[in-house]
Design a protein around this ligand. Sequence first.
Ligand SMILES: NC(=O)c1ccc[n+]([C@@H]2O[C@H](COP(=O)([O-])OP(=O)(O)OC[C@H]3O[C@@H](n4cnc5c(N)ncnc54)[C@H](OP(=O)(O)O)[C@@H]3O)[C@@H](O)[C@H]2O)c1
Length: 525
Amino acid sequence: MNQAEQFDDLLTCRLGQTQRSLEPCSVVIFGASGDLTARKLIPALYHLHQEGQMPSDYRIVGFARREKTDDSWRDELRQALDEFSRTKPVDAVVWQDFAGHLSYTRGDITEPEAFQALERQLSSYGKEPLRRNLLFYLATPPSQFGQAVEQLHTCGLLHKGGEQGWQRIVIEKPFGRDLESARQLNRELTRFASEQQVFRIDHYLGKETVQNILMFRFSNSIFERLWARGSISHVQITVAEHQGVEQRGGYYEEAGALRDMVQNHLLQILSLVAMEPPVSLDAEAIRDEKVKLLRSLRPLSQEDVARQVVRGQYFAGVVDGELRPGYRQEPKVKPDSNVETYVGLKLFVDNWRWSGVPFYLRTGKCLPVSASEVRVQFCPTPHVLFAADCGQQLDANALALRLQPEEGIYLRFNGKVPGIGVEVRPVRMHFSYDSEFGAYTPEAYERLLLEAMAGDATLFIRRDEVEAAWGIVDSIRGAWGQRPLSNREFYSAATWGPVAADDLLAQAGHAWHEPLLTNHVKKGR
Ligand SMILES: NC(=O)c1ccc[n+]([C@@H]2O[C@H](COP(=O)([O-])OP(=O)(O)OC[C@H]3O[C@@H](n4cnc5c(N)ncnc54)[C@H](OP(=O)(O)O)[C@@H]3O)[C@@H](O)[C@H]2O)c1
């Protein structure tokens, strides 16, 4: 059996495990009155309940400082579901049943008494697994993460190694602000929990289309054999957002596109696209390969950053007939802010497979569309036939993995235009998730919560991964320093970033490809 066939076997086995039986447990959400809980966590848990995927017995405890009763928290969540549930209307009977699992504990993470109250709440559950199997979801500001974990340990709810039932901590992004703060947070966490108990979230890894990158690469021999220098000219990864920062200016001023998107989503996608085949589908085997890939990225000197990294900030522009404010006019943004809302970069993976192949990454706010896509651009054929005979410029083959929206895969190749003569033009073959599998696509948070309850860390980021990614981001930030944005670094709202982003590819004879969307999706942006 060759390597691709062995992988096929492994994948088939893994895919067979669609439904797992989960041990009864309690999920404690710190930050229960916040946006993430209302928008993502509760809708995800509700859908898992609706589909019968939650454990046979479970409780959900909300924890936050605001004064609430169980009933008032449930009422708020019911309203949030009306807005954020992916299936509407919300089923009243399912909701009643689900709501019975919810309770609220008021408390401040800084106060030991609040954790004693939480401990009493959990102790009141009759069944042992509900008191011992505990998933702590930290949906609070990152400044609270370390303290929450210490308090959990002190009040006896978190045991390192988990010999009494299991306890796991789910940590939201951002995980640190730079390499040093990420290391510090890792140290704080691992004082009280083992690495196996820590589940660092990047919700992109919960997306079906992102998970499919590995399945696609390693279960299709026709592509697996081409996946290397020699066949691939370059790779483009685009994560574009049409909306500006809107109400999140305060957060964005501290983050910027590099920390908010590149450090996690873009580098995660890159590592899945470029990593070597793991020896198994085991969480550690996959994460070992991702770390190896991140460590193979060619370090960026100050001069490399000047040549290979483009930043930008949007200014006001007319979008769909309406004037959109520039970033500096957004609420809670400084009028002279130097924060980047766009990053485009060229990276090289210095290993045998990818030597010399550029990987172009870009992300930004206020771009023409919202779309995430990986585009693999193959090498052109020799121009001895058509180009020489007919003077035609043939397009090279390209494969686009559309992560969202209109999830699917496109293969672009050349075909003869029917008729007399030799005219060749690009055509597309298209696989769409919707038409193949129906419209049902679970939300990323559903999958991630399920995996965390099952204790499978494959879709979560390991300590060394997060640190390797910060190393790359820090070298870019260090090179930028305090230098103010120049005029060339601004772009008009709803355009594809500053001109320098095009120049970055043009130097090598390449050009960005816009994700192709149907008009229907474009209108909704
Ligand atoms: N919202 C999103 O879509 C999103 C996406 C990705 C990542 N995240 C991350 O998820 C986390 C939460 O984000 P969010 O948008 O939900 O923030 P948020 O709306 O500001 O909510 C923060 C929550 O933390 C609670 N909290 C703050 N300090 C506390 C303390 N000392 N003790 C107890 N509870 C405390 C707040 O409740 P009280 O004020 O009632 O105490 C509130 O429930 C952040 O780390 C964020 O970066 C959010």
